[in-house]
Ligand binder design. Structure first.
Ligand code: ATP
Ligand code: MG
Length: 370
């Protein structure tokens, strides 16, 4: 999968710009607030009609304008595609591929997948378990529609059950349905645990090797799944997981009523990330945090490749800062295969770049430098 060219019109601070990209490495440099992140945002929009930082499409349209446009020339499975996006301030966006209107944003994923790393992704290591669960959920849901279904079901049941537990006095009539909800929650929970366990097994094989090379062999990353304490082997068949969750659920019934919340299930799972045997969340330095978060994203990219037989386009926003020269060199030259976009502020770092194109972004314009 790759993006050969992109045009942006009235998109963020781009009035009208076009660039033709390298099939491998593309470096986007420029001072602060010139449009580097906006450009990556435009690219990732072509993969799912979503932005990592805007809630509403209208934020993506140039201030004071009603419509914005993106046109991407893509290559996927050896074929060329043109994807056109029309953003409308008041209405829904229109998506077209080769002139044909698409019914849903999910169809964009057939021609372009992206993996984005942005500064906020450092929370993947530093913040609480909720960020790591989100990473698991996003990646697995992209690859396995059954997981996305189970997750949606789980969230619905969890909400209903939480309501019942939280409103015991006002709505005692609802308590009669509690066990039924608990049962359903364990069913969906077993499916989620099953998929997470298999995905983390792949991740735990892939990420440490990337991290080892990235850190020049100095550090060892390890990952472990910490599901519900009643689960003896998360890789066991779903039936077994369901039975264990249900049994635990029954033991904790009174505790849940007292706590007024759901105490059992994968909404409490953790993906443990250690560097040299110590919790990365508690002890990693800034550079180590960045290295570990990026290794997880690169592993995600490899896993998508294994599944799809094509690399997703990798978008790295502001990844070079805080990395020492050897780690920067790894990012610039050792991400093999697939197309990569990297934004950065300081040019001198690019001396290490062996092959690819360099673009300079300045106040909403894109100029090819080499
Ligand atoms: P940094 O190095 O600080 O991350 P950047 O080059 O990534 O900078 P962007 O986040 O791409 O900067 O933003 C560039 C500019 O675009 C900002 O000054 C911002 O105010 C402006 N901008 C954001 N949204 C819009 C919009 N809808 N219309 C016009 N300009 C916008
Ligand atoms: Mg930026």
């Amino acid at each position: 999968m790759r993006l050969n060219a992109l045009s942006l019109e009235y998109f963020r601070n781009y009035l009208s710009a076009r660039a033709e990209f390298h099939p491998g490495m593309n470096i986007i440099c420029g001072d602060n607030a010139q449009g580097k992140t906006n450009l990556l945002e435009g690219i990732s929009y072509l993969a799912g009609a979503r932005s990592h930082r805007a809630r509403y499409d209208r934020e993506l349209i140039m201030f004071g304008i009603q419509h914005g446009f993106l046109t991407g020339e893509l290559e996927c499975r050896g074929r060329d595609f043109t994807v056109e996006v029309t953003l409308n301030a008041g209405q829904r966006r229109i998506l077209k591929r080769n002139g044909v209107k698409l019914q849903s944003a999910a169809e964009l994923g057939e021609t372009l997948n992206t993996v984005l790393f942005c500064p906020e992704d450092l929370f993947l290591i530093r913040a609480g378990a909720v960020e790591r669960r989100r990473f698991l959920d996003d990646t697995i849901a992209q690859l396995r529609p059954k997981y996305a279904e189970a997750l949606e079901r789980y969230q619905k049941i969890w909400k209903s059950k939480s309501f019942i537990l939280n409103h015991q006095e006002e709505r005692p009539d609802l308590l009669a349905t509690l066990d039924d909800f608990s049962h359903q929650l364990c069913q969906a929970g077993a499916v989620i645990t099953h998929y997470r366990a298999h995905f983390i097994k792949r991740l735990a094989k892939t990420a440490p090797a990337i991290h080892r090379e990235f850190s020049g062999g100095r550090e060892a990353l390890s990952l472990a799944y910490e599901p519900d304490t009643a689960i003896s082997d998360p890789l066991a068949p779903t039936k077994v997981l369901f039975a264990q969750l249900l049994e635990h659920q029954e033991c904790r019934r009174e505790a849940e009523l007292a706590a007024r919340k759901c105490l059992i299930g994968p909404h409490r799972d953790e993906l443990r990330v250690d560097i040299d045997g110590r919790s990365a969340r508690q002890y990693a330095s800034q550079g180590q945090t960045r290295t570990a978060a990026l290794s997880l994203k690169l592993a995600q990219r490899d896993i998508i490749f294994d599944d799809r037989e094509e690399y997703p386009v990798l978008l790295l926003d502001d990844v070079l800062s805080e990395l020492d020269p050897r780690r920067q060199e790894f990012v610039l030259n050792h991400i093999q295969g697939g197309q990569v976009f990297i934004t950065c502020c300081e040019e001198e770092r690019l001396a290490a770049l062996q092959e690819g194109k360099v673009f300079r972004v300045k106040n909403g314009t894109i100029e090819e430098e080499r």
